[in-house]
Design a protein around this ligand. Structure first.
Ligand SMILES: *[C@@H]1O[C@H](CO)[C@@H](O)[C@H](O)[C@H]1NC(C)=O
Ligand SMILES: *[C@@H]1O[C@H](CO)[C@@H](O)[C@H](O)[C@H]1NC(C)=O
Ligand SMILES: *[C@@H]1O[C@H](CO)[C@@H](O)[C@H](O)[C@H]1NC(C)=O
Ligand SMILES: *[C@@H]1O[C@H](CO)[C@@H](O)[C@H](O)[C@H]1NC(C)=O
Ligand SMILES: *[C@@H]1O[C@H](CO)[C@@H](O)[C@H](O)[C@H]1NC(C)=O
Ligand SMILES: *[C@@H]1O[C@H](CO)[C@@H](O)[C@H](O)[C@H]1NC(C)=O
Ligand SMILES: *[C@@H]1O[C@H](CO)[C@@H](O)[C@H](O)[C@H]1NC(C)=O
Ligand SMILES: *[C@@H]1O[C@H](CO)[C@@H](O)[C@H](O)[C@H]1NC(C)=O
Ligand SMILES: *[C@@H]1O[C@H](CO)[C@@H](O)[C@H](O)[C@H]1NC(C)=O
Ligand SMILES: *[C@@H]1O[C@H](CO)[C@@H](O)[C@H](O)[C@H]1NC(C)=O
Length: 422
């Protein structure tokens, strides 16, 4: 039905049907600090304890434990140490009286982000957490209070973690907590960026929004590929699936960029789509782009808007307009939100992908949910059921094909797209 109403360009039912009880899903609104397309993180404002100070926290799949930087935290940087800069706000914490129910068992956040060796250390705290704009008020939430952090060239920030269970226990995992308190029925999350020109969006927990995608929402099993290095600089790598084909499609013809099956890793912490060198080079040749500093550069097309990049996930066809990935720093020169990575035979799907497709996860079933994105302010919230899961999800046609091939890329020889640059 979503498909039909989208084709008609209206959504009569969307505003009148209320499938969801307000208490069974949660929205966490984020803003990107810069207006630039893909570059900035998804930041959510929260307050801790009785403080009214808002702390901007990174919404992240790459952690299971929520943690916040203490106001007296010390930052280490190449042998020197100083009080941490606090551009994102901090938790009012005094280690001598351990406010907020903090206990002495240590908190260590593992290596993280695109820099290596980033370790946060501190203690466990327990306090009230409010994300007031989103009507989330948790009285006794457990979280890490970071007392020592490594600087990574960026001011340190807390993390609003949406990843899989922590290794310790599950009490500092927001999704598990919300489920245990009955605020959501199931640990389901999807990322809904308002549209490609806005710097706002939200993570929808416990439900999906059927107005925001085209056709059926389809599922794939998460995989745990050994091709994704555990010491990767990119992310924890827990949200993986298999991409079976990448193609360029101008709706008249399709040109395959790669037919090898690669593990793909979904992350909120990185901006672009990261491709292995052979795939990156093929995409450059087929797109008629030059490569400069690991980026595609081409003359901004006066646009043939019917060029698409087709991501095929074992039968799920997520076809995205080229323009969704396009941005420009220099007049008449365009870049694409794709870059190269040389750490192994895997693909990282960062925020440029999360904003351009409908991407969700069912952590209770270890499934990825995908569909082409439809941008609208209409809503059709479908709440996930504790036992039956997300409504109206169909399995990918090759759901069970989770194998990954050894890449055998044949270098492309000619451009597949002809832009008009007149
Ligand atoms: C978070 O707070 C900052 C500063 O008040 C504000 O500019 C920003 O819009 C807020 N973000 C959200 C998602 O409300
Ligand atoms: C990282 O922080 C630890 C303290 O937690 C410090 O001992 C170490 O030297 C720091 N590493 C760097 C590279 O600054
Ligand atoms: C770290 O400090 C050493 C010694 O002070 C210096 O030689 C080196 O360039 C510094 N490295 C960085 C990345 O700043
Ligand atoms: C973080 O990285 C360092 C250096 O790569 C490694 O020695 C350490 O064990 C890692 N810590 C964690 C918690 O993964
Ligand atoms: C301290 O907090 C951690 C993490 O929530 C928990 O595992 C541990 O049992 C707590 N210790 C005490 C003494 O309360
Ligand atoms: C993660 O937490 C959920 C909910 O608390 C629990 O059912 C599940 O067994 C946990 N999984 C692991 C691997 O710890
Ligand atoms: C993007 O979303 C905002 C807020 O929902 C809306 O005001 C604006 O018109 C949208 N822009 C486009 C190009 O759809
Ligand atoms: C991670 O990045 C650092 C510097 O950016 C590099 O030295 C290191 O080798 C990288 N790690 C891996 C696993 O590639
Ligand atoms: C790409 O490189 C060619 C050869 O160096 C050059 O002629 C062309 O102008 C470049 N195109 C762009 C968009 O920079
Ligand atoms: C994927 O969808 C596009 C657009 O609907 C279509 O042109 C293309 O043929 C589809 N690809 C496959 C493999 O079905």
């Amino acid at each position: 039905m979503a498909m039909v109403t989208h084709l008609l360009g209206l959504c009569l039912l969307c505003t009148s049907v209320v499938l969801a009880d307000d208490s069974s899903y949660v929205k966490l609104h984020y803003r990107t600090p810069y207006d630039l397309l893909f570059f900035s993180d998804f930041l959510v404002n929260a307050t801790f304890g009785s403080s009214s100070e808002e702390v901007s926290m990174l919404l992240s799949l790459d952690s299971a434990d929520l943690w916040v930087i203490a106001d007296n935290a010390v930052c280490y940087d190449n042998g020197t140490s100083e009080e941490c800069p606090q551009a994102y706000g901090s938790y009012n914490f005094d280690s001598s009286n351990k406010v907020g129910g903090a206990n002495d068992s240590s908190f260590e956040y593992p290596n993280y982000s695109s820099n290596d060796g980033f370790i946060n250390r501190g203690v466990w705290g327990e306090d009230k957490l409010s994300i007031s704009k989103d009507d989330v008020d948790l009285d006794d939430f457990k979280f890490g209070v970071v007392e020592k952090a490594n600087l990574t060239g960026q001011d340190p920030y807390g993390v609003l973690a949406l990843g899989f269970n922590s290794t310790s226990d599950d009490s500092s995992n927001l999704l598990s907590y919300l489920k245990a308190k009955g605020k959501i029925n199931r640990r389901v999350v999807s990322f809904i960026h308002d549209n490609l020109t806005e710097n706002t969006g939200y993570a929808l927990l416990g439900a999906v929004d059927q107005a925001k995608f085209v056709g059926d929402l389809q599922s794939l099993p998460m995989v745990n590929s050994n091709m994704y290095p555990s010491n990767s600089n990119f992310s924890s790598g827990k949200f993986q699936a298999v991409l079976s084909e990448l193609a360029i499609n101008n709706l008249k013809s399709r040109t395959v960029v790669t037919k090898s099956s690669y593990p793909v890793v979904f992350t909120t912490n990185l901006d672009f789509v990261y491709l292995p060198p052979a795939v990156f080079e093929n995409l450059a040749i087929l797109s008629n782009a030059n490569i400069s500093f690991a980026n595609f550069i081409f003359d901004c097309p006066k646009y043939d808007s019917s060029i698409y990049i087709e991501f095929n996930f074992n039968g799920i066809n997520v076809t995205i307009p080229y323009t969704s990935f396009m941005f420009s720093f220099v007049e008449d020169k365009c870049n694409l939100g794709f870059t190269v990575q040389e750490q192994g035979d895997f693909i990282v799907l960062g925020r440029s992908f999360l904003k351009s497709a409908y991407v969700g996860f069912d952590l209770d079933l270890s499934e990825v949910l995908l569909a082409p994105r439809y941008y609208t302010s209409d809503e059709l919230i479908a709440v996930a059921d504790a036992s039956t899961g997300v409504p109206d999800v169909t399995k990918a046609s090759a759901y069970s094909s989770t194998s990954i091939s050894s890449p055998t890329e044949v270098q492309a020889t000619a451009s597949a797209v002809k832009y008009s640059t007149a």
